[in-house]
Design a binder for this molecule. Structure first.
Ligand code: ADP
Length: 162
């Protein structure tokens, strides 16, 4: 069975992420969504919260599993015996970063291929950081994140203000 990993911070998961997950899940037998546990950053949501939000949002996709990882992506790929990494591409800014990451991963693990999936047009401008910024200033984030995630973001923003 073909298997792929879709890694990211997902802080929080957005509809852009979900769109990539749904489309990638049709291309592979098993898609593992891997939440990166970055010890150097203070995220809005803990790793466990992000895993749980993604599990909820992907509950309708039978061949999608959600896990977390820390350290090098290629080590996680090797531990999972997976040779395909899926990444989403929005604009030129993504390309520059992803291009470097893909080439570095290729150098570290020549057996691992990075496959790029172009964003759907309606999510071109969408990023986790922009969603957090809009929510922070009280803007509407409906349709930008899975509905189960929406209230969690506003709860976290309010908690931060107190
Ligand atoms: P971000 O914080 O920028 O959303 P993540 O690390 O959570 O970044 O993103 C994980 C992966 O999802 C990356 O490959 C990223 O390019 C991709 N991605 C993020 N948002 C979108 C979107 N709106 N459309 C397509 N791909 C996306």
């Amino acid at each position: 069975m073909s298997q792929a990993i879709y890694p990211g911070s997902f802080d929080p998961p957005t509809c852009g992420h979900l769109d990539i997950i749904e489309r990638a899940s049709k291309c592979f037998g098993l898609l593992k969504v891997a939440v990166f546990e970055n010890v150097q950053k203070t995220p809005m949501f803990t790793t466990e919260e992000r895993v749980s939000m993604l599990k909820d949002a992907c509950a309708h996709l039978a061949n999608v599993r959600v896990e977390s990882y820390s350290g090098l992506l290629i080590d996680y790929c090797r531990a999972n015996n997976t040779k395909i990494v899926v990444k989403g591409l929005r604009a030129v800014s993504d390309f520059d970063y992803e291009f470097k990451m893909a080439l570095m991963n290729k150098k570290l693990a020549p057996e691992v291929e990075t496959v790029f999936m172009i964003t759907s047009l309606k999510y071109l401008y969408l990023s986790s950081s922009l969603v957090k910024e809009v929510a922070y200033y009280g803007g509407c984030i409906k349709g930008l994140v899975p509905s189960s995630v929406e209230n969690m973001i506003f709860d976290r923003v309010r908690a931060k203000e107190q």
